[in-house]
Design a protein around this ligand. Structure first.
Ligand SMILES: Cc1cc2nc3c(=O)[nH]c(=O)nc-3n(C[C@H](O)[C@H](O)[C@H](O)COP(=O)(O)OP(=O)(O)OC[C@H]3O[C@@H](n4cnc5c(N)ncnc54)[C@H](O)[C@@H]3O)c2cc1C
Length: 397
């Protein structure tokens, strides 16, 4: 078996690397390295640069702006993008709702919504979770009624990332109370400045304000902003969540940040000994690195289309668990390596203090990211729920 990339793929890697070197604006790279999430204005700017190159959404079919790259090339591309501190494609927009519009939306919806999404002109949020409907999403109560040519929505969402800065949101709403819970849900596209929407930020443990409560009070949405068929929202949401979890190995982030943990460990000293030479730290680092290699090979096996004897849902759930735990382990290594200096809280000054004498490049933002990553085993489906899915694994030997 040949484990190397083909010469053509290696040439592609060099092409992408050169593009990143020449095109990631240094101020965007600096902020992307220390702030999470990076400012939306940076995301908009960077997305325009990618789109101008024709790389606005490699994962979509070519007729909707995709690149027709092989899965391995998409892997190489993201690897290089992260290494250069470029910003990943918008999670809720390009990763989530775009594939749903391609698969289930009308042609008019694709033409209306995909171009501004690819160009960073319109930002999206995801209105699924509610108080009382997180893991048990089918329990959602926000409801919509068709009145004339409009859906009228009432209810509340919570944990809606980026709601306050988004132009559009995709919402799961109950449109039929008379059928079993999963059957009566619909998928609506909602303009976030529509009358009747109130957005209230929730301050997170890392100091971020990107999470929100969203209240919907008689919000009117034109009938043609329903995706697919009424009552089929659960099917579309499952499709979307599966896509979310496939990308949830967070491989590229984990690889880049492990390298940064090593850089810190090569510089920091304890009682005159370089941290990397202390057995406890070296052992912990080696364990994380070995597991990260294993995760990368698992992702590559899936990208290479290897047939698996396990059912696909279980594989995706396993990747989600390993990737989420890996984010926690890598960021923990970073704060371990920085010792007491990791206790300094960096808010919006993470950018300006970056790489000063007192605070070398690897310090700002690390503790905030470490704190944020406590959530990685919650969002996109909690670890326990993923384990339930794996427990129901079917063998097709
Ligand atoms: C940072 C962050 C960003 C988010 N962004 C968004 C967003 O943009 N849009 C959106 O719609 N949602 C978002 N969410 C919400 C996220 O999807 C939910 O938090 C998640 O689905 C869990 O739901 P919950 O918080 O209601 O917890 P619950 O479902 O109430 O779970 C509480 C605990 O019980 C456990 N549990 C629940 N059910 C079971 C079971 N059957 N078996 C075993 N254990 C179980 C869980 O694992 C968890 O430990 C975000 C969450 C976070 C933390």
């Amino acid at each position: 078996m040949n484990f190397n990339f083909s010469p053509e793929d290696e040439a592609f890697r060099l092409e992408v690397r050169q593009f990143m070197q020449e095109n990631v604006p240094p101020d965007i790279a600096r902020r992307a390295a220390v702030m999470y999430p990076p400012p939306i204005a940076d995301f908009r700017r960077w997305q325009k640069i990618l789109n101008a190159k024709g790389w606005g959404a490699p994962h979509l079919p070519p007729q909707y702006g995709g690149t027709a790259w092989s899965p391995i090339r998409k892997h190489i591309f993201l690897d290089e993008l992260y290494k250069a501190d470029g910003i990943d494609y918008g999670w809720q927009g390009l990763h989530m709702v775009a594939p749903v519009l391609v698969a289930f939306g009308s042609e008019a919806q694709r033409q209306r919504f995909l171009p501004p999404m690819l160009n960073g002109d319109e930002i999206w949020c995801q209105g699924f979770s509610e108080p009382g409907a997180g893991s048990d999403l089918a329990n959602l109560r926000t409801h919509a009624k068709l009145v004339g040519d409009e859906w009228v929505i009432n209810g509340q969402k919570i944990w809606t990332s980026d709601a306050a800065e988004s132009d559009w949101g995709f919402f799961l709403v109950r449109t039929d109370q008379t059928v079993k819970p999963q059957k009566g849900i619909s998928f609506l596209l909602v303009k976030m400045d529509a009358p009747g929407i109130t957005i209230r930020p929730i301050e997170a443990i890392n100091g971020g304000h990107d999470l929100n409560e969203v209240f919907l009070d008689n919000v009117r949405v034109p009938k043609d902003q329903l995706v697919g068929e009424a009552g089929m929202g659960w099917t579309y949401a499952k499709y979307l969540l599966e896509k979310e979890r496939t990308t949830s190995a967070f491989l590229y982030f984990n690889k880049r940040e492990l390298e940064r943990a090593k850089e810190s460990a090569w510089r920091e000293r304890i009682n005159g000994v370089t941290l990397i030479d202390t057995p406890d730290f070296a052992r912990k680092l080696a364990r994380v690195e070995a597991d990260l290699h294993a995760l990368e090979w698992s992702v590559l096996r899936i990208l290479a289309g290897e047939r698996t004897s396990h059912n696909a849902d279980a594989v995706v759930s396993a990747l989600k668990i390993c990737g989420a735990e890996m984010q926690q382990r890598v960021t923990e290594l970073q704060v371990d390596a920085l010792g007491a200096r990791a206790l300094r809280f960096f808010g919006s000054d993470a950018d300006t203090l970056h790489n000063s004498d007192a605070w070398p490049a690897d310090v700002p933002g690390k503790s905030a990211r470490f704190l944020f990553e406590r959530a990685s085993t919650i969002f996109g489906g909690t670890r326990e729920v993923q384990k339930n899915i794996i427990a129901k694994l079917e063998f097709n030997l």
